[in-house]
Ligand binder design. Structure first.
Ligand SMILES: Cc1cc2nc3c(=O)[nH]c(=O)nc-3n(C[C@H](O)[C@H](O)[C@H](O)COP(=O)(O)OP(=O)(O)OC[C@H]3O[C@@H](n4cnc5c(N)ncnc54)[C@H](O)[C@@H]3O)c2cc1C
Length: 467
């Protein structure tokens, strides 16, 4: 081959590689650098009010080969909390967090904003579990306080009482009594409201009783929490790459992770992918990825709040299956979520809103409080919750792959549990023997869930049957 032809070939090759890279980055990052990216857009009030779409996502990790001591997969509350704890305990380690979309894009930016101190799912598992999960949740709350006080981050956090609304149903009444027993044992102040008092309290006849308690739970803006926590994590020296999806993990030492853009080798991997974990081939038949929707109304006037009796701004949850949860924002918007959840066939997880569930939520809100008819619904979104059939989470090491750690299945209590899980993960990485690494959740085997089509048909039928 002539020498000039060789150099011409090299030149064309180099130019097309650089050109392709430039094009690739341009398509991933809109030139205006607005955070809006249609594929990653979620109409969540929390993300919207946290300025999520006014900022730009971090660029992806584009490297043919990359190495790190610790790779965290998933940038929700679990991944960010684990990253923060690890960076503070092991500043000498190279820590990388990979997020398929943007930090907070998953359940962490789409939830109901209730940072809870009592796990209602644990009540039926006895006092050990009830106290254990409460301690983890209190740790999560302590972290929220620490981050907001020490680093002056504002998550609109406000301690609020809790109101559990109980329908006319014997088993729900019995559940409320068991919950009251736990509150008594835990020394948490509570009150039982009969039908008349409940009706007066919420200005609605839909519920037969209620349990009011003040257990230290906090109402907050989870969008602001993920945005603030991401800043803290980056300031601690962790490299966060967004728009970087891990497509395959091969265990070993080092562990090999394939992403859309290249390969990464890591000494330790932390799976913080919650309801998406089955897509990587882990925990496939151990949890239900359940679609759950939320709506936000426009701001209510003081008079409208008085008309529905919601002047103290308690957080509210209903106790029936297909539970609904309510929260009032500082600008007096009502956030309502829950109701008809759906398990998608074959673990497929659509990103868009579940329109039917959203319509039913609107109908429910205005049947509970017809006084509010005409109040606009400004935001509506759907997220995926990771549900263990017994309602309890698990944090630990993958059996047979001790350098892969995981935390998942917080059901509807993940805001505080995921933050505590981050602390446990750092303790497990350190190999420490502590109160946290000895927690009941550590290496807990999640109950078996039958595969599809049995799983989705069974779950959705039961939901439909029970309304
Ligand atoms: C609608 C809804 C309402 C809820 N309400 C409440 C509530 O009020 N109170 C409460 O305590 N809990 C609530 N929860 C539960 C709580 O939000 C979650 O338990 C918690 O946010 C889980 O955090 P996480 O970081 O583990 O998961 P997520 O926030 O889901 O984060 C997982 C992240 O991993 C990323 N990821 C997945 N796969 C990959 C991959 N292959 N490569 C790279 N990245 C990947 C995803 O993009 C995602 O950002 C609710 C959940 C939902 C869905």
């Amino acid at each position: 081959m002539r020498r000039s032809a060789f150099w011409f070939g090299v030149g064309v090759g180099a130019a097309s590689t650089l050109g392709a890279q430039w094009l690739f980055r341009r398509t991933l990052q809109p030139s205006s650098c607005s955070g809006y990216h249609p594929e990653f857009y979620v109409n969540s009030y929390w993300l919207d009010s946290a300025g999520y779409y006014q900022s730009c996502p971090n660029p992806p990790l584009v490297a043919r080969r990359y190495e790190a001591d610790i790779v965290i997969v998933g940038g929700g509350l679990t991944g960010l909390s684990a990253a923060w704890h690890l960076a503070h305990r092991f500043p000498e380690k190279s820590i990388v967090l990979l997020e398929a979309a943007r930090c907070g894009w998953g359940a962490s930016g789409r939830n109901g904003g209730q940072a809870l101190a009592t796990n209602l799912h644990a009540i039926d598992h006895g006092l050990d579990w009830s106290f254990e999960t409460r301690e983890l949740m209190l740790e999560g709350l302590a972290l929220i306080r620490h981050w907001s006080e020490r680093y002056r981050l504002d998550f609109d956090a406000c301690e609020r009482a809790y109101l559990v609304l109980v329908p006319e149903n014997r088993s729900e009444m019995a559940f409320a009594e068991r919950t009251a027993e736990f509150l008594e044992q835990a020394g948490i102040p509570y009150r039982f409201l009969d039908r008349e008092a409940t009706c007066k309290r919420i200005r609605s006849p839909l519920y037969a009783a209620a349990l009011w308690y003040r257990d230290g739970s906090i109402g907050l803006n989870p969008g602001k929490l993920v945005v603030g926590l991401k800043q803290l994590v980056e300031a601690s020296g962790v490299s966060i790459y967004e728009q970087t999806r891990v497509v395959h993990i091969e265990s070993g030492d080092p562990i090999r992770l394939e992403t859309d853009f290249g390969e990464i080798r890591a000494g330790t991997v932390i799976l913080a992918t919650n309801a998406y974990t089955h897509k990587l081939g882990f925990f496939t038949n151990r949890y239900l990825p359940v679609l759950n929707s939320v709506i936000a109304t426009g701001p209510l006037s003081r008079q409208q709040l008085e008309e529905i009796g919601w002047v103290e701004g308690e957080m509210i949850v209903t106790s029936e299956l297909g539970t609904r949860y309510f929260q009032l924002t500082p600008s007096n918007r009502i956030i309502v979520g829950g109701g008809g959840s759906v398990v998608c066939y074959n673990g497929l997880l659509p990103n868009g809103p579940d329109r039917q569930a959203i319509r039913r939520l609107e109908e429910y809100l205005f049947s509970l409080w017809p006084q509010l008819r005409g109040v606009p619904v400004t935001h509506a979104w759907t997220g995926v919750a990771c549900i263990a059939t017994d309602g309890l989470p698990s944090v630990g090491r993958l059996p047979g792959a001790g350098n892969i750690l995981y935390a998942l299945a917080y059901t509807g209590e993940g805001v505080t549990l995921s933050l505590a899980a981050g602390k446990i993960l750092a303790g497990l990485y350190a190999g420490e023997d502590s109160r946290w690494t000895r927690s009941l959740v550590v290496n807990r085997k999640l109950p078996y869930v039958p595969p599809d089509p049995l799983r989705s048909i069974g779950f959705n039928l039961v939901r439909w049957w029970l309304g």
